[in-house]
Design a protein around this ligand. Structure first.
Ligand SMILES: NC(=O)c1ccc[n+]([C@@H]2O[C@H](COP(=O)([O-])OP(=O)(O)OC[C@H]3O[C@@H](n4cnc5c(N)ncnc54)[C@H](OP(=O)(O)O)[C@@H]3O)[C@@H](O)[C@H]2O)c1
Length: 293
């Protein structure tokens, strides 16, 4: 059985990874404050002590707006720590699984982004995540980076929980209709990650090394936040509690935020499917499952 070090066990994705990875081996699951990735040199001690075959990094600094004022912290967690993990993984013949974001793109392409498209982040969060990708690629060990998009859970604060809350407290909603991407249920992302690692077997280093690279992995299809919100209201199992009567499309510019977001950042996930023979379900299908959970 593999020894799997999971970092970020309390995050949206990390919570589900903790459960879906469990059948694969011995899981050592950590999160802040047991580990603090701002002090990324402390990772050396953790790896030396735990000697994992696999490191799954679900930690991230994900506060997109706050990052504009905390660039150093975002860089430590999203860029320097992943690079250090890659170095430690390579030195210990372990494989690294890491996640990145659609926010590495500027959103001007107009069709789903491929792995070969040039990134151009619009804000500090995207810059720090891109630097993390490049750091791991530079080390060039056995690694998989999954770029994903619009991750939600019903357990932690997410777009889905926000819409459900607004629908119970406001009669009229205005939702941005000019941001488009792939809504991704964290449970599906965790499940697929675990299925790949099951294929990798008990000694995952060699198998992953042969497939090392960056892959887009997000819910199939894409939607605007407005389309997504309408489906959330439709699939809400407690619709009786909603007081909302009217939902209107709005523009990103109507709600100024410190960080600029890409408008069209849908990801094309064909390379992932061709390589691993798996895909995430259509975003509406996953949403219906998530809401019925
Ligand atoms: N959320 C999205 O919409 C989205 C979209 C595209 C890509 N992604 C990527 O998908 C991955 C998973 O995201 P997620 O939504 O699951 O993130 P999340 O819910 O914000 O979870 C991140 C985890 O990292 C922990 N963390 C933050 N700072 C830390 C530190 N200094 N030391 C140790 N742990 C720390 C957090 O702890 P605290 O809760 O205590 O801060 C949290 O448990 C990330 O790589 C993210 O960049 C997310």
């Amino acid at each position: 059985m593999s020894r799997i070090l999971l970092l970020g066990k309390f995050g949206q994705l990390g919570w589900d990874l903790h459960r879906s990875l469990a059948p694969l081996g011995e899981i050592i699951a950590l999160d802040y404050p047991e580990i603090d990735l701002i002090h990324y040199n402390s990772l050396d001690e953790v790896i030396q002590k735990e000697k994992p075959d696999l490191i799954v990094n679900a930690t991230a600094y994900t506060a997109v707006d706050q990052a504009e004022n905390e660039a150093e912290i975002a860089m430590a967690i999203n860029a320097h720590a992943p690079k250090r993990l890659a170095e430690l993984a390579q030195a210990n013949k372990a494989a690294l699984i890491h996640y990145s974001t659609d926010y590495v793109f500027d959103g001007t392409k107009g069709s789903p982004y491929l792995e070969s498209d040039s990134p151009r982040p619009l804000g500090v969060y995207g810059e720090s995540k891109l630097a993390g990708e490049l750091g791991i690629e530079q080390v060039s060990g056995a690694y998989l980076i999954f770029r994903t998009s619009w991750v939600y859970s019903l357990r932690r604060d997410s777009f889905v929980t926000k819409v459900l809350n607004w629908a119970r407290t406001q009669t009229s909603l205005r939702i941005v209709a000019d941001q488009v991407s792939n809504p991704t249920w964290c449970r599906m992302l965790a499940e697929v990650t675990s299925q790949i690692l099951a294929k990798a077997g008990e000694h995952p280093h060699g198998w992953i090394n042969e497939r090392s690279g960056l892959y887009h992995l997000a819910g199939s299809g894409f939607a605007s936040r407005f389309d997504w919100a309408k489906k959330i209201l439709e699939y809400d199992p407690l619709r009786d509690e909603q007081i909302v009567e009217d939902i209107q499309p709005a523009l990103t510019g109507d709600f100024p935020t410190p960080a600029q977001r890409p408008l069209y950042s849908a990801l094309n996930c064909d390379l992932f499917t061709e390589t691993f023979g798996l895909r995430l379900p259509e975003w509406e299908v996953a949403l219906e499952l998530a809401m019925g959970d």
